[in-house]
Structure formats: structure tokens, C-alpha cells
Ligand binder design. Sequence first.
Ligand SMILES: [Mg+2]
Length: 206
Amino acid sequence: MTALNPDVIHTWLADFASQVHENAAWLTDLDRAIGDADHGSNLDRGMRAVDALDAASFADSAAYLKKAGMTLVSTVGGASGPLYGTFFLRVGGALPPDGEIRASQWGDAFEAGLAGIVQRGRAEVGDKTMVDALTPAVAAFRGAGDDVKAAWAAAATASAAGRDATVPLVARKGRASYLGERSAGHQDPGASSVTLLIESAARTLG
Ligand SMILES: [Mg+2]
């Protein structure tokens, strides 16, 4: 059991915002190779807007995460805004009331976030998208037991492995799929940025 409240959520979102800012050029370079060279700059703009939200103004963690999701939908262009937005909206909607939270409850919320992305993006494992990082991350979280921090750490390791496994894949979703075989040999930008999100969770949650 660990604490769940808007301050805790703020530490996660602020850590992710700083990671996206520091890695924006790298994410954009990844997107330049197989997309339209805007993933880092778009997500950086969105997370700056999220970071500007006042955690103390929200009644609870769910309301904060829903606002963060809506902020990303409205500020991040392309496919990633709605996908990240849906993730945070679903996570917020699936969390228990603020107070103490168990690893299994975080797992439920994390899985709901992934389900929202899968539903919205209609991507499967192997399509070379963020789903390739998130799916093994949720499975690792579920298998890690009831320590919240250990579960997020396991999820981060699995997410990074899933991200790395996107390199040889031929993209079947999104703009990268237009390249066909030429998309192989490049790491997926969405799998890369979402791994930063899970690594931030491992640093700040639990
Ligand atoms: Mg792009």
C-alpha cells in the first residue's frame, strides 16, 4: 500500500514532463526517421501544459489525471495526443478513491490505460507502436507482486525491452507504416516516449 493523492500524481507528471523536455530532440529524431519529425516537440508542448496545472486545485487524483488527459488531447497534435490523453483519462477513471492504494489497484488502472490506447489506436503487439512497450509493461507489473515500487520497476524494465524490440519490426500502424520494409531498423518513437513515462512512474510512485 502506498499513498494516492494529487501531490503523488504531480511528482509523476512533473518527472515525465522533465524527461520529455530533456529527450525532446531525441524523440523528434526517432520520429524523423520513420514519421514526421514532431513527436518530441509535440509531446514537450503537451507536457509543459500539463506541468502548468495546479495539483492543489483538483479534488482528487482522478480529476487531476482526467484534466491532464484532456490537456494532452487539446495541445498535442498528430496521433499521440489522443493516445496519451486516452491513457491518462482511463487511468484516472480506474483508480480507487484517494488514500492508500495497493499494487493490484495500480495494476488495474495501468491496464485500463493500455486498453484505452489499444481501443483508440487499434494496434496490436508487433505493429511497432507504444503498445509494444506498454503490453509487456502491464504484464510485468501484474507479475511483480504487491509492492508498488517493485511493480513499477518491473514494468519499466519490461517497457524498455519492448521498446528495444520495436527496432527490427516493420510498422503496421501510423505514418511509419507508409514506409513498409524501410521502417525496419528504427526504434519506435511512441514506444520510446511511453517508456519514459513508465520509468518516471518507477521513480516517483510507491
Ligand atoms: Mg509524428
